[in-house]
Design a binder for this molecule. Structure first.
Ligand SMILES: [Fe+2]
Length: 466
Protein backbone atom coordinates (compact mmCIF):
# COMPACT_ATOMS: atom_id res chain seq x y z
CA UNK A 1 0.00 0.00 0.00
CA UNK A 2 1.15 3.54 -0.56
CA UNK A 3 1.17 6.07 2.23
CA UNK A 4 2.43 9.57 3.00
CA UNK A 5 5.78 10.07 4.72
CA UNK A 6 7.18 12.65 7.08
CA UNK A 7 9.24 14.08 4.23
CA UNK A 8 8.21 17.31 2.59
CA UNK A 9 10.34 18.80 -0.15
CA UNK A 10 8.80 22.18 0.52
CA UNK A 11 6.22 23.34 2.99
CA UNK A 12 7.28 21.35 6.03
CA UNK A 13 5.13 19.50 8.48
CA UNK A 14 1.43 18.82 8.61
CA UNK A 15 0.95 21.94 10.74
CA UNK A 16 1.72 23.89 7.56
CA UNK A 17 -0.97 22.14 5.53
CA UNK A 18 -3.13 24.43 3.47
CA UNK A 19 -6.77 24.96 4.56
CA UNK A 20 -7.85 22.77 1.61
CA UNK A 21 -5.54 19.95 2.80
CA UNK A 22 -6.87 20.25 6.35
CA UNK A 23 -10.42 20.07 4.99
CA UNK A 24 -9.50 16.99 2.97
CA UNK A 25 -8.00 15.26 6.02
CA UNK A 26 -11.11 16.14 8.05
CA UNK A 27 -13.42 14.69 5.36
CA UNK A 28 -11.45 11.42 5.15
CA UNK A 29 -11.37 11.03 8.95
CA UNK A 30 -15.09 11.87 9.22
CA UNK A 31 -15.88 9.30 6.52
CA UNK A 32 -13.87 6.67 8.41
CA UNK A 33 -15.69 7.49 11.67
CA UNK A 34 -19.06 7.32 9.89
CA UNK A 35 -18.22 3.90 8.45
CA UNK A 36 -17.03 2.73 11.87
CA UNK A 37 -20.36 3.94 13.34
CA UNK A 38 -22.23 2.01 10.65
CA UNK A 39 -20.24 -1.14 11.42
CA UNK A 40 -20.91 -0.77 15.14
CA UNK A 41 -24.60 -0.17 14.41
CA UNK A 42 -24.80 -3.43 12.47
CA UNK A 43 -22.93 -5.44 15.12
CA UNK A 44 -22.94 -3.45 18.44
CA UNK A 45 -20.91 -6.05 20.35
CA UNK A 46 -18.53 -6.51 17.41
CA UNK A 47 -19.31 -10.18 17.97
CA UNK A 48 -17.62 -11.30 14.80
CA UNK A 49 -14.26 -9.53 15.24
CA UNK A 50 -14.18 -10.05 19.06
CA UNK A 51 -14.82 -13.77 18.71
CA UNK A 52 -11.92 -13.87 16.29
CA UNK A 53 -9.64 -11.77 18.51
CA UNK A 54 -6.64 -14.06 18.05
CA UNK A 55 -6.85 -13.92 14.27
CA UNK A 56 -7.36 -10.14 14.46
CA UNK A 57 -4.34 -9.73 16.73
CA UNK A 58 -2.02 -11.73 14.47
CA UNK A 59 -3.20 -9.91 11.34
CA UNK A 60 -2.87 -6.54 13.08
CA UNK A 61 0.68 -7.47 14.06
CA UNK A 62 1.46 -8.53 10.48
CA UNK A 63 0.01 -5.23 9.24
CA UNK A 64 2.02 -3.22 11.78
CA UNK A 65 5.29 -5.01 10.98
CA UNK A 66 4.82 -4.25 7.25
CA UNK A 67 3.55 -0.69 7.80
CA UNK A 68 6.36 0.14 10.22
CA UNK A 69 9.06 -0.65 7.68
CA UNK A 70 7.91 0.88 4.39
CA UNK A 71 10.34 1.68 1.63
CA UNK A 72 10.50 5.35 0.73
CA UNK A 73 9.66 6.00 -2.91
CA UNK A 74 11.76 8.18 -5.22
CA UNK A 75 9.82 11.35 -4.42
CA UNK A 76 10.36 10.88 -0.64
CA UNK A 77 6.78 12.18 -0.29
CA UNK A 78 5.31 8.72 -0.22
CA UNK A 79 6.25 5.26 0.88
CA UNK A 80 5.23 1.72 -0.05
CA UNK A 81 4.74 -1.35 2.06
CA UNK A 82 3.16 -4.73 1.31
CA UNK A 83 0.73 -4.30 4.23
CA UNK A 84 -2.34 -4.72 1.96
CA UNK A 85 -1.72 -8.47 2.23
CA UNK A 86 -2.69 -8.30 5.92
CA UNK A 87 -5.87 -6.24 5.42
CA UNK A 88 -7.02 -8.42 2.52
CA UNK A 89 -6.39 -11.57 4.54
CA UNK A 90 -8.56 -9.94 7.23
CA UNK A 91 -11.31 -9.32 4.65
CA UNK A 92 -11.56 -13.09 4.12
CA UNK A 93 -10.91 -14.26 7.67
CA UNK A 94 -12.79 -11.69 9.79
CA UNK A 95 -14.95 -9.60 7.43
CA UNK A 96 -15.22 -5.86 6.68
CA UNK A 97 -15.33 -4.50 10.24
CA UNK A 98 -12.37 -6.63 11.34
CA UNK A 99 -10.41 -5.65 8.23
CA UNK A 100 -11.11 -2.01 9.02
CA UNK A 101 -9.74 -2.50 12.54
CA UNK A 102 -6.60 -4.15 11.14
CA UNK A 103 -6.05 -1.23 8.73
CA UNK A 104 -6.62 1.31 11.49
CA UNK A 105 -3.69 -0.08 13.46
CA UNK A 106 -1.57 2.09 11.16
CA UNK A 107 -2.18 4.63 13.94
CA UNK A 108 0.29 2.62 16.06
CA UNK A 109 2.84 2.10 13.30
CA UNK A 110 6.44 2.39 14.52
CA UNK A 111 7.64 4.96 12.02
CA UNK A 112 9.74 8.00 12.62
CA UNK A 113 8.77 11.34 11.11
CA UNK A 114 5.00 10.88 11.20
CA UNK A 115 3.03 13.34 13.25
CA UNK A 116 -0.42 12.69 14.71
CA UNK A 117 -2.28 14.20 11.73
CA UNK A 118 -0.48 11.91 9.30
CA UNK A 119 -1.07 8.88 11.52
CA UNK A 120 -4.79 9.65 11.83
CA UNK A 121 -5.06 10.24 8.07
CA UNK A 122 -3.22 7.00 7.22
CA UNK A 123 -5.31 4.99 9.70
CA UNK A 124 -8.54 6.44 8.26
CA UNK A 125 -7.37 5.80 4.69
CA UNK A 126 -6.45 2.18 5.40
CA UNK A 127 -9.60 1.63 7.45
CA UNK A 128 -11.82 2.91 4.63
CA UNK A 129 -9.94 0.92 1.97
CA UNK A 130 -10.21 -2.28 4.01
CA UNK A 131 -13.90 -1.83 4.87
CA UNK A 132 -14.87 -1.09 1.27
CA UNK A 133 -12.86 -4.11 0.14
CA UNK A 134 -14.74 -6.26 2.68
CA UNK A 135 -18.11 -5.00 1.45
CA UNK A 136 -17.14 -5.69 -2.17
CA UNK A 137 -16.06 -9.21 -1.17
CA UNK A 138 -19.42 -9.89 0.52
CA UNK A 139 -21.43 -8.27 -2.27
CA UNK A 140 -19.92 -10.66 -4.80
CA UNK A 141 -20.72 -13.71 -2.72
CA UNK A 142 -17.50 -14.05 -0.72
CA UNK A 143 -17.79 -16.04 2.49
CA UNK A 144 -16.13 -14.83 5.70
CA UNK A 145 -14.15 -17.54 7.47
CA UNK A 146 -11.35 -19.99 6.84
CA UNK A 147 -11.31 -20.92 3.16
CA UNK A 148 -11.27 -24.64 2.42
CA UNK A 149 -10.50 -26.58 -0.72
CA UNK A 150 -14.21 -26.31 -1.60
CA UNK A 151 -13.98 -22.48 -1.47
CA UNK A 152 -11.87 -22.50 -4.65
CA UNK A 153 -12.24 -21.31 -7.35
CA UNK A 154 -15.44 -19.45 -6.34
CA UNK A 155 -13.57 -17.27 -3.82
CA UNK A 156 -11.18 -15.89 -6.46
CA UNK A 157 -13.71 -13.53 -8.10
CA UNK A 158 -14.89 -11.82 -4.88
CA UNK A 159 -11.32 -11.63 -3.59
CA UNK A 160 -10.04 -10.06 -6.82
CA UNK A 161 -12.83 -7.46 -6.63
CA UNK A 162 -11.92 -6.76 -3.00
CA UNK A 163 -8.25 -6.29 -3.96
CA UNK A 164 -9.12 -3.86 -6.78
CA UNK A 165 -11.42 -1.84 -4.50
CA UNK A 166 -8.84 -1.81 -1.72
CA UNK A 167 -5.94 -0.66 -3.91
CA UNK A 168 -8.09 1.88 -5.82
CA UNK A 169 -9.37 3.58 -2.66
CA UNK A 170 -5.92 3.60 -1.07
CA UNK A 171 -4.31 5.16 -4.15
CA UNK A 172 -7.21 7.54 -4.78
CA UNK A 173 -7.20 8.93 -1.24
CA UNK A 174 -3.42 9.32 -1.11
CA UNK A 175 -3.32 10.89 -4.57
CA UNK A 176 -5.93 13.44 -3.41
CA UNK A 177 -3.78 14.27 -0.40
CA UNK A 178 -0.58 14.64 -2.40
CA UNK A 179 -2.34 16.99 -4.82
CA UNK A 180 -2.96 19.32 -1.89
CA UNK A 181 0.53 19.31 -0.35
CA UNK A 182 3.52 21.12 -1.84
CA UNK A 183 5.30 18.96 -4.40
CA UNK A 184 8.86 18.60 -5.52
CA UNK A 185 8.19 20.79 -8.51
CA UNK A 186 6.48 24.19 -8.50
CA UNK A 187 2.95 23.99 -9.81
CA UNK A 188 3.06 20.20 -9.85
CA UNK A 189 1.97 19.04 -6.41
CA UNK A 190 2.41 15.37 -5.78
CA UNK A 191 3.62 14.81 -9.31
CA UNK A 192 6.16 12.20 -8.30
CA UNK A 193 3.55 9.66 -7.26
CA UNK A 194 1.62 10.24 -10.49
CA UNK A 195 4.70 9.17 -12.44
CA UNK A 196 4.71 5.72 -10.89
CA UNK A 197 1.04 5.31 -10.13
CA UNK A 198 0.48 2.53 -12.69
CA UNK A 199 3.51 0.56 -11.51
CA UNK A 200 2.51 0.95 -7.85
CA UNK A 201 -1.08 0.01 -8.61
CA UNK A 202 -0.07 -3.19 -10.38
CA UNK A 203 2.48 -4.07 -7.65
CA UNK A 204 -0.11 -3.55 -4.95
CA UNK A 205 -2.60 -5.74 -6.78
CA UNK A 206 0.03 -8.44 -7.12
CA UNK A 207 1.07 -8.42 -3.47
CA UNK A 208 -2.56 -8.16 -2.39
CA UNK A 209 -3.03 -11.70 -3.68
CA UNK A 210 -0.74 -12.84 -0.87
CA UNK A 211 -3.68 -11.93 1.37
CA UNK A 212 -5.63 -14.85 -0.10
CA UNK A 213 -2.59 -17.07 0.45
CA UNK A 214 -2.48 -16.09 4.14
CA UNK A 215 -6.21 -16.79 4.48
CA UNK A 216 -5.94 -20.18 2.73
CA UNK A 217 -2.88 -21.23 4.75
CA UNK A 218 -4.66 -20.25 7.96
CA UNK A 219 -6.83 -23.38 7.75
CA UNK A 220 -3.68 -25.51 7.77
CA UNK A 221 -1.08 -23.61 9.77
CA UNK A 222 -3.13 -21.11 11.81
CA UNK A 223 -1.22 -17.98 12.81
CA UNK A 224 1.96 -19.52 11.39
CA UNK A 225 0.58 -18.53 7.94
CA UNK A 226 1.30 -14.90 8.78
CA UNK A 227 4.92 -15.68 9.65
CA UNK A 228 5.41 -17.71 6.46
CA UNK A 229 4.20 -14.88 4.30
CA UNK A 230 6.55 -12.36 5.91
CA UNK A 231 9.45 -13.65 3.82
CA UNK A 232 7.96 -12.91 0.36
CA UNK A 233 6.54 -9.65 1.70
CA UNK A 234 9.95 -8.40 2.75
CA UNK A 235 11.52 -9.57 -0.50
CA UNK A 236 8.84 -7.43 -2.21
CA UNK A 237 9.72 -4.48 0.01
CA UNK A 238 13.42 -4.90 -0.79
CA UNK A 239 12.70 -4.99 -4.55
CA UNK A 240 10.61 -1.83 -4.35
CA UNK A 241 13.41 -0.16 -2.35
CA UNK A 242 15.90 -1.03 -5.10
CA UNK A 243 13.62 0.53 -7.69
CA UNK A 244 13.29 3.72 -5.64
CA UNK A 245 17.06 3.91 -5.12
CA UNK A 246 17.58 3.56 -8.86
CA UNK A 247 15.10 6.36 -9.54
CA UNK A 248 16.96 8.60 -7.09
CA UNK A 249 20.27 7.76 -8.78
CA UNK A 250 18.77 8.76 -12.16
CA UNK A 251 17.59 12.06 -10.70
CA UNK A 252 21.03 12.73 -9.21
CA UNK A 253 22.69 11.98 -12.59
CA UNK A 254 20.33 14.44 -14.31
CA UNK A 255 21.00 17.10 -11.68
CA UNK A 256 24.79 16.70 -11.96
CA UNK A 257 24.75 17.00 -15.76
CA UNK A 258 22.45 20.05 -15.65
CA UNK A 259 24.63 21.66 -13.02
CA UNK A 260 27.66 21.16 -15.27
CA UNK A 261 25.89 22.83 -18.22
CA UNK A 262 24.65 25.71 -16.06
CA UNK A 263 28.11 26.29 -14.66
CA UNK A 264 29.49 26.54 -18.18
CA UNK A 265 26.78 28.73 -19.70
CA UNK A 266 25.48 31.55 -17.57
CA UNK A 267 22.30 31.86 -19.69
CA UNK A 268 21.02 28.42 -18.87
CA UNK A 269 20.56 28.88 -15.12
CA UNK A 270 17.23 27.22 -14.37
CA UNK A 271 16.58 26.98 -18.12
CA UNK A 272 16.94 23.20 -18.28
CA UNK A 273 14.43 22.68 -15.49
CA UNK A 274 11.90 25.07 -17.03
CA UNK A 275 12.24 23.48 -20.49
CA UNK A 276 11.75 20.12 -18.81
CA UNK A 277 8.57 21.38 -17.11
CA UNK A 278 7.26 23.06 -20.28
CA UNK A 279 7.91 19.92 -22.34
CA UNK A 280 6.03 17.80 -19.80
CA UNK A 281 3.10 20.27 -19.91
CA UNK A 282 2.87 19.85 -23.69
CA UNK A 283 3.28 16.07 -23.44
CA UNK A 284 0.41 15.77 -20.95
CA UNK A 285 -1.74 18.13 -23.03
CA UNK A 286 -1.38 15.96 -26.14
CA UNK A 287 -2.17 12.86 -24.09
CA UNK A 288 1.22 11.11 -23.96
CA UNK A 289 1.24 8.18 -21.56
CA UNK A 290 3.05 8.52 -18.24
CA UNK A 291 6.30 6.81 -19.24
CA UNK A 292 6.70 9.11 -22.27
CA UNK A 293 5.96 12.19 -20.17
CA UNK A 294 8.70 11.00 -17.83
CA UNK A 295 11.11 10.46 -20.75
CA UNK A 296 10.42 13.90 -22.20
CA UNK A 297 10.99 15.41 -18.78
CA UNK A 298 14.51 13.95 -18.89
CA UNK A 299 14.98 15.07 -22.50
CA UNK A 300 14.00 18.65 -21.63
CA UNK A 301 16.36 18.59 -18.69
CA UNK A 302 19.30 17.41 -20.81
CA UNK A 303 18.52 19.00 -24.19
CA UNK A 304 21.55 21.31 -24.09
CA UNK A 305 23.98 18.94 -22.38
CA UNK A 306 26.03 19.03 -25.61
CA UNK A 307 27.09 22.56 -24.69
CA UNK A 308 29.67 20.85 -22.50
CA UNK A 309 31.47 20.09 -25.76
CA UNK A 310 31.33 23.69 -27.06
CA UNK A 311 34.11 26.11 -26.01
CA UNK A 312 32.91 28.55 -23.32
CA UNK A 313 34.36 31.46 -25.33
CA UNK A 314 32.01 30.57 -28.20
CA UNK A 315 28.95 30.14 -25.96
CA UNK A 316 29.49 33.54 -24.36
CA UNK A 317 30.87 35.41 -27.35
CA UNK A 318 29.49 38.84 -28.02
CA UNK A 319 28.81 39.89 -31.57
CA UNK A 320 28.86 37.77 -34.69
CA UNK A 321 30.29 34.25 -34.79
CA UNK A 322 32.75 32.93 -37.34
CA UNK A 323 31.53 30.03 -39.44
CA UNK A 324 33.69 27.67 -37.39
CA UNK A 325 32.16 28.97 -34.17
CA UNK A 326 28.66 28.69 -35.58
CA UNK A 327 29.46 25.14 -36.66
CA UNK A 328 30.61 24.39 -33.10
CA UNK A 329 27.26 25.65 -31.75
CA UNK A 330 25.38 23.60 -34.35
CA UNK A 331 27.24 20.51 -33.22
CA UNK A 332 25.90 20.70 -29.65
CA UNK A 333 22.88 18.42 -30.26
CA UNK A 334 25.21 15.72 -31.65
CA UNK A 335 27.65 16.21 -28.80
CA UNK A 336 24.74 15.95 -26.37
CA UNK A 337 23.76 12.65 -27.90
CA UNK A 338 27.34 11.40 -27.62
CA UNK A 339 27.50 12.39 -23.93
CA UNK A 340 24.28 10.70 -22.82
CA UNK A 341 23.81 7.92 -25.38
CA UNK A 342 25.14 5.29 -22.98
CA UNK A 343 22.56 6.19 -20.33
CA UNK A 344 20.13 3.37 -20.94
CA UNK A 345 16.98 4.78 -19.38
CA UNK A 346 16.82 7.80 -21.71
CA UNK A 347 15.51 5.83 -24.75
CA UNK A 348 13.23 8.16 -26.75
CA UNK A 349 14.71 11.16 -24.93
CA UNK A 350 17.87 10.76 -27.02
CA UNK A 351 16.00 11.68 -30.22
CA UNK A 352 14.64 14.77 -28.48
CA UNK A 353 18.13 15.87 -27.45
CA UNK A 354 19.60 15.29 -30.91
CA UNK A 355 16.90 17.06 -32.93
CA UNK A 356 15.68 19.90 -30.70
CA UNK A 357 16.95 22.53 -33.15
CA UNK A 358 15.30 21.10 -36.25
CA UNK A 359 12.64 23.31 -37.84
CA UNK A 360 9.34 22.36 -39.45
CA UNK A 361 10.50 23.99 -42.73
CA UNK A 362 13.68 21.89 -42.80
CA UNK A 363 16.03 24.81 -42.15
CA UNK A 364 17.15 23.66 -38.71
CA UNK A 365 20.11 21.58 -37.58
CA UNK A 366 21.89 19.17 -37.26
CA UNK A 367 20.09 17.07 -39.94
CA UNK A 368 17.76 19.55 -41.64
CA UNK A 369 14.73 17.30 -41.00
CA UNK A 370 11.30 18.74 -41.85
CA UNK A 371 7.73 18.27 -40.60
CA UNK A 372 6.92 14.81 -39.30
CA UNK A 373 10.46 13.62 -40.01
CA UNK A 374 11.38 15.44 -36.80
CA UNK A 375 10.86 13.16 -33.77
CA UNK A 376 7.86 14.25 -31.68
CA UNK A 377 10.01 14.75 -28.59
CA UNK A 378 12.24 17.18 -30.46
CA UNK A 379 9.23 19.16 -31.75
CA UNK A 380 7.89 19.42 -28.19
CA UNK A 381 11.23 20.53 -26.71
CA UNK A 382 11.70 23.13 -29.47
CA UNK A 383 8.49 24.91 -28.39
CA UNK A 384 9.29 24.87 -24.65
CA UNK A 385 12.93 25.79 -25.28
CA UNK A 386 12.13 28.86 -27.40
CA UNK A 387 9.35 29.97 -25.05
CA UNK A 388 11.63 29.89 -22.01
CA UNK A 389 14.43 31.67 -23.86
CA UNK A 390 11.99 34.44 -24.87
CA UNK A 391 10.51 34.86 -21.38
CA UNK A 392 13.94 34.99 -19.71
CA UNK A 393 16.00 38.12 -19.24
CA UNK A 394 18.97 38.46 -21.53
CA UNK A 395 21.73 41.05 -21.36
CA UNK A 396 20.74 42.26 -24.85
CA UNK A 397 17.00 42.55 -24.02
CA UNK A 398 14.54 42.18 -21.19
CA UNK A 399 12.27 39.19 -20.81
CA UNK A 400 9.25 39.14 -23.12
CA UNK A 401 5.85 38.97 -21.46
CA UNK A 402 4.14 35.58 -21.68
CA UNK A 403 1.56 36.94 -24.15
CA UNK A 404 4.28 38.39 -26.39
CA UNK A 405 6.14 35.08 -26.38
CA UNK A 406 2.91 33.23 -27.22
CA UNK A 407 2.34 35.62 -30.14
CA UNK A 408 5.87 34.87 -31.39
CA UNK A 409 5.35 31.11 -31.07
CA UNK A 410 2.16 31.45 -33.13
CA UNK A 411 3.97 33.62 -35.70
CA UNK A 412 6.60 30.92 -36.25
CA UNK A 413 4.16 27.99 -36.00
CA UNK A 414 4.39 26.00 -39.22
CA UNK A 415 7.83 27.31 -40.21
CA UNK A 416 9.84 26.76 -37.03
CA UNK A 417 7.41 25.05 -34.63
CA UNK A 418 4.77 22.35 -34.89
CA UNK A 419 1.44 24.30 -34.85
CA UNK A 420 -0.43 21.55 -32.96
CA UNK A 421 2.20 21.55 -30.23
CA UNK A 422 2.15 25.34 -29.98
CA UNK A 423 -1.64 25.15 -29.50
CA UNK A 424 -1.19 22.44 -26.88
CA UNK A 425 1.41 24.50 -25.01
CA UNK A 426 -0.78 27.60 -25.06
CA UNK A 427 -3.74 25.59 -23.72
CA UNK A 428 -1.59 24.13 -20.92
CA UNK A 429 -0.15 27.58 -20.11
CA UNK A 430 -3.65 29.07 -19.81
CA UNK A 431 -4.62 26.35 -17.37
CA UNK A 432 -1.45 25.81 -15.34
CA UNK A 433 0.34 29.17 -15.68
CA UNK A 434 4.09 29.60 -16.00
CA UNK A 435 6.64 30.22 -13.31
CA UNK A 436 8.94 32.81 -14.81
CA UNK A 437 12.67 32.95 -13.98
CA UNK A 438 13.20 34.57 -10.59
CA UNK A 439 16.38 36.46 -11.48
CA UNK A 440 17.88 37.91 -14.60
CA UNK A 441 20.57 35.81 -16.24
CA UNK A 442 23.93 37.38 -15.49
CA UNK A 443 25.72 39.13 -18.33
CA UNK A 444 28.84 37.60 -19.83
CA UNK A 445 32.14 38.48 -18.18
CA UNK A 446 33.03 41.08 -20.80
CA UNK A 447 29.76 42.89 -20.11
CA UNK A 448 28.87 43.07 -23.79
CA UNK A 449 25.71 41.89 -25.41
CA UNK A 450 25.60 38.26 -26.48
CA UNK A 451 23.17 36.08 -28.38
CA UNK A 452 21.44 32.91 -27.27
CA UNK A 453 21.10 30.01 -29.70
CA UNK A 454 17.67 29.15 -28.23
CA UNK A 455 16.19 32.61 -28.70
CA UNK A 456 14.21 32.91 -31.96
CA UNK A 457 13.88 36.69 -31.48
CA UNK A 458 17.66 37.13 -31.74
CA UNK A 459 19.15 34.57 -34.13
CA UNK A 460 22.89 34.01 -34.00
CA UNK A 461 24.79 36.22 -36.42
CA UNK A 462 27.54 34.68 -38.54
CA UNK A 463 30.30 36.73 -40.22
CA UNK A 464 31.10 36.08 -43.85
CA UNK A 465 33.95 33.70 -44.26
CA UNK A 466 37.21 35.04 -45.65
FE1 LIG B 1 20.12 23.83 -27.80
Amino acid sequence: MVTGTGHRSRGGRASRLSPAAWLYVAIVVAAALAVLGKALGADPDMDGPVRLWWTMLVLALLFCVCDSAPTTLASRQSAWSPSSSATLAAVVLVGPAGAMAVGATSLLSVRRGLDLTQRVFNASMYGLSAYAAGEAYLALGGHVGHPTQASFPAIIGPFAAAAVVHVSINHGLLWGMLMLVPGAEPGQPGVAVQRYITMLFVSDLGYATLGLLVAALWSVGGAFAAILVLVPLFVARWAMGQFAAQERAYAATMAALCQAVETKDCYTRGHSERVSRGSAMIAREVGMRGSRVEAIRYAGMLHDVGKLGVPTTVLQKSGALTEEEFAAIQLHPMRGLAIVSEIGFLDEALAGIMHHHERMDGRGYPMGLAGDEIPEFARVIAVADAFDAMTSNRSYRGALAVEEAIADLRRWAGTQFDPALVDAFVAALRREGWEEPRAAAPAPADGLAAADHDDPTAPLRVVESW
